[in-house]
Design a protein around this ligand. Sequence first.
Ligand SMILES: [Zn+2]
Ligand SMILES: [Zn+2]
Length: 173
Amino acid sequence: MGKRYYCDYCDRSFQDNMHNRKKHLFGVQHQRSKKAWFDHFRGFSDILKDEQAKKPCRKFLQRGVCDFGPSCRFSHMTEVELMNLQQKVQDESRRREGLEDPVRPEPTGEEWLSRREKRQSGLASKGDGSRTEEQEETHDDVPSQLYSIPDLPPSLLPPPPGGWKVHANTEWG
Ligand SMILES: [Zn+2]
Ligand SMILES: [Zn+2]
């Protein structure tokens, strides 16, 4: 028995030889599965916009096949498919609205500063022994509003998430 080729997109396998592979990879079913797989990573609304902007592919709608496959510049979606997609977009946007309420309010700048001061005075009294771990911790909860102040010089910017890659001192010769 020869090797078997497994297609992740279609979730099926077949005997691996040139003929089968070609037949499969250029088949409508595979092209669809592959497209669906990639579409999964894009918003439904983007797809809908794309598809609505295209004219329907007459060849595809009449015969169910089109030489251009997923890269055809005409839409391969039937009216029903478009309607389903529209439904999905609506569902998704409703779900997003539901998620938009913040679960936990963002700390204000002052709150964050006073918390930070407390933490640092706590650190100072502890001595230098176990500093590094807790220093990193202070980077993580920088309020996002501090990141959104435009046009700050680099020296005034808050540290990136996870801290600086290189210590500034090491760059000076
Ligand atoms: Zn496949
Ligand atoms: Zn087409």
